[in-house]
Design a protein around this ligand. Sequence first.
Ligand code: G16
Length: 542
Amino acid sequence: MTTTIATKPIAGQKPGTSGLRKKTAQFMQPGYLENFVQSIWDGIGGVIGKTLVLGGDGRFFNDRAAQIILRMAAASGAAKVIVGQNALLSTPAASHLIRLRGADGGIIMSASHNPGGPDEDFGVKYNTANGGPAPESVTNRIFAATESITQYLTLEADDIDLSALGTHQLGAMAVEVVDPVTDYQALMETLFDFDAIRALIAGGFQLRFDAMHAVTGPYAVAILETTLGAAPGSVVNAVPLPDFGKGHPDPNPVWARDLMDTMFGTAAPDFGAASDGDGDRNMIVGRGVYVTPSDSLAVLAANAHLAPGYAGGLKGVARSMPTSCAVDLVAEAKGIKSYATPTGWKFFGNLLDAGLATLCGEESAGTGSDHVREKDGLWAVLLWLNILAARRQSVAEVMHDHWAEYGRVYYSRHDYEAIDSDIANTLIADLRGRLDTLPGTAAGALTVSKAADFAYDDPVDGSLTEKQGIEITFEGGARLVLRLSGTGTEGATLRVYLERLEVQRDQMDQDAQAALAPVVTAAEALAEIRTRTGRTAPDVMT
Ligand code: G16
């Protein structure tokens, strides 16, 4: 039976960089999830007769939230919801399923790389029929609906057994429970030379994949171990846990410390990788060499043609503005276009749909292609393995060849987390107010050549997105970007992105932080980060 529950708007339900992310306890408050889900339905013109995909990264509350969303979809007239078994789907697998099954959209329950558990984070995001995160035009409508909501609809019904594959009935709506891995794996097999990777591994190549107790575990075991022959145990932390084993499922050198230690230790395997909570991010490490996400994007762009799915070359590439210019250098050499978008995978969707870009990537450990409309952690790992199998080189050799050919872009991001929002906003506003005066001024040993507030004019739909980060370029080519994160759930996170191109071959083996020291000094001189925040050092340096 459908019931109508009266409700009132709840403040702060504005989707950020990637959906609505809040503390789990907040999401579990009566009506909180329900208000947001009803607002999604309202923001997309209702769900009557529609088919949706539903899945999540397995974090705490994932299972309960799935049942609530199913009942609400049924009550509002959806025809069918396709759900990953046990309500699990990695973000790229959800994107693929939406596209494969021609669904009208999908809901992904995840706060991505943020920790999970009753005291940590939960999130919900809506993806549209192209499989990608809803663009701002849609999220703005959803947000508007959260501000005027008066009621939501739900169904009085028992929980569906989401462990049982097959089709179940919920009121008049069908709930199809599918294996989360099968269709995704089939897609990967069309893109990559599995035989070549299998032969590489059979020849003694060793790998270690850290699933960080998050959703990619089952995918990585099925593909890397069962199908490609990596030794059992090559995938570690493979079982998704509601609290990610109390870890922080963010694949970077800080949070994937174990993997870094292994890869820099004696007897390191040839290749290491990790993925995040919902499986869309990746980290790549060779024996004794960490590959920055920006470099990874550039290497993948330079070598993608070695994989069957990209043998015809790339139509273009795209990066988020704070991502290093390394991929631009590859694009220039290949004579293809490189686009710079605001942070947020949703901005790549139009470029991919319009066939302007084949590969996209972000400094925040996301890379992907037009095979889905999300970034894809395991896809990046498989492309790397395909490239290594084709080039018959180590990760370190690939990197050195790459830098020798294109130059090395030293790159790092410094994060100041959970700082006071007012201080963070004032810091950015003050800098924004001085942008016109900065060109020509000295900042430490560097001189500002350009300073601008990044605005994106979408070449496909003509939409303009402003205030997407402050970009300061220095004479000689170093670059500094400052912006506030749109995914944090506590105070503000200030992100400071630093880069410098080095073309002298004998200067390409420096420590990245040392190589970037002049840019760090310039950032402090221009933005007074440490003075204003009272912090003496960043919380995270990637
Ligand atoms: C999300 C977005 C990415 C973005 C990242 C960081 O990733 O999809 O496009 O780069 O957040 O965003 P911010 O700098 O605003 O925190 P994920 O993996 O969290 O979904």
